[in-house]
Design a protein around this ligand. Structure first.
Ligand code: PML
Length: 229
C-alpha cells in the first residue's frame, strides 16, 4: 500500500491536511488531494510505502443532532461527555482547549484533565472504498473525520471532541466506543476559525495509544449509518 499525505499552508499558517491510503497511486488520487486546499502558498505531498495494513469491518456508528444555537449544541455535547464519566471541570477544559486557538493536531488529556501531549496527529487511515463512502456521507469532512475517529477509538482513545477550524463548517462531533460517532451542529459560530481536537486517553496507556495512532495503518470497510443522516 501507499500512504499519501498532503499539508498546505498560507503565510505560514496551516490551512489544509489530507491523507489517503491506497493500493496504487493514480493521477486522479493526486489531483483529488491537490484540489483540497482552497488557497495556499506552500504545499507538500509525501508518498510512502506501507508494508502492513490492518482491516476493520465497520466504522463507529454514526448519529446526527442539530440544534438552534451553539449554546444548545455545546450543552448537549457536554452532557454526553459528562455521561461518559468525565467531571464537569474536565469537560469545560476540553472545550476551552478546542476554542482557544488554531492548533496543529490534537491535545491529549487524561480523564482527570491532565495535559499529556499536544500536536498529536492520527495518521495512516482510510476507507477500503472511499469513492463509495463519499456518496453515502454528507461532506468530505465527514468522510475523513469518521475514519479518523474510528481509528482513534480502535487505538484506545476513550473519547474525542472535535470541531473544524474551517470557518464555514460548524458541525463537530463527540466520539467514543459507547456513543459511536455523534455529529453535532453547530458546535461553533460560522466565521470562527478556531477548532481542533481533544483526545482523552488513560495516562498509563499513552505510549501504546500513540504508537497505534502514528504507526498502525488501518483501512475501514463499512460506515455504519442511520437510515437518514
Ligand atoms: C475537520 O475539519 O477536521 C473536522 C471535521 C468534522 C466533521 C464533522 C462531520 O461532518 O461529521
Amino acid at each position: 500500500m501507499k500512504s499519501l499525505k498532503l499539508r498546505a499552508s498560507l503565510k505560514g499558517r496551516h490551512v489544509s491536511g489530507a491523507e489517503r491510503l491506497v493500493g496504487e497511486v493514480s493521477e486522479e488520487i493526486i489531483y483529488g488531494l491537490l484540489k483540497r486546499p482552497k488557497e495556499w502558498d506552500y504545499l507538500n505531498l509525501r508518498v510512502e510505502r506501507v508494508d502492513k495494513v490492518y482491516y476493520l469491518e465497520s466504522s463507529l456508528k454514526v448519529s446526527s443532532y442539530e440544534f438552534n444555537s451553539v449554546g444548545e449544541a455545546r450543552g448537549f455535547a457536554k452532557e454526553l461527555l459528562r455521561g461518559l464519566g468525565l467531571k464537569g471541570e474536565v469537560v469545560e477544559l476540553a472545550f476551552k482547549i478546542v476554542e482557544e486557538k488554531i492548533r496543529r493536531g490534537a491535545v491529549l488529556l487524561s480523564e482527570e484533565g491532565e495535559k499529556l501531549l499536544e500536536n498529536v496527529r492520527t495518521t495512516l487511515m482510510d476507507w477500503v472504498d472511499r469513492e463509495r463512502v463519499e456518496k453515502l456521507l454528507p461532506s468530505f469532512r465527514t468522510v475523513d473525520a469518521l475514519v479518523l475517529a474510528t481509528k482513534n477509538i480502535y487505538c484506545g482513545v476513550l473519547v474525542e471532541l472535535c470541531w473544524s477550524d474551517d470557518p464555514d463548517y460548524t458541525t463537530g462531533y463527540v466520539a467514543s466506543k459507547e456513543l459511536g460517532y455523534v455529529r453535532i451542529k453547530p458546535l461553533k459560530e460560522r466565521g470562527d476559525v478556531r477548532g481542533g481536537r481533544v483526545y482523552f486517553v488513560k495516562k498509563e496507556n499513552l505510549e501504546e495509544v500513540l504508537e497505534c495512532l502514528r504507526k498502525k495503518a488501518l483501512l475501514v470497510k463499512e460506515p455504519v449509518l442511520p437510515p437518514k443522516l
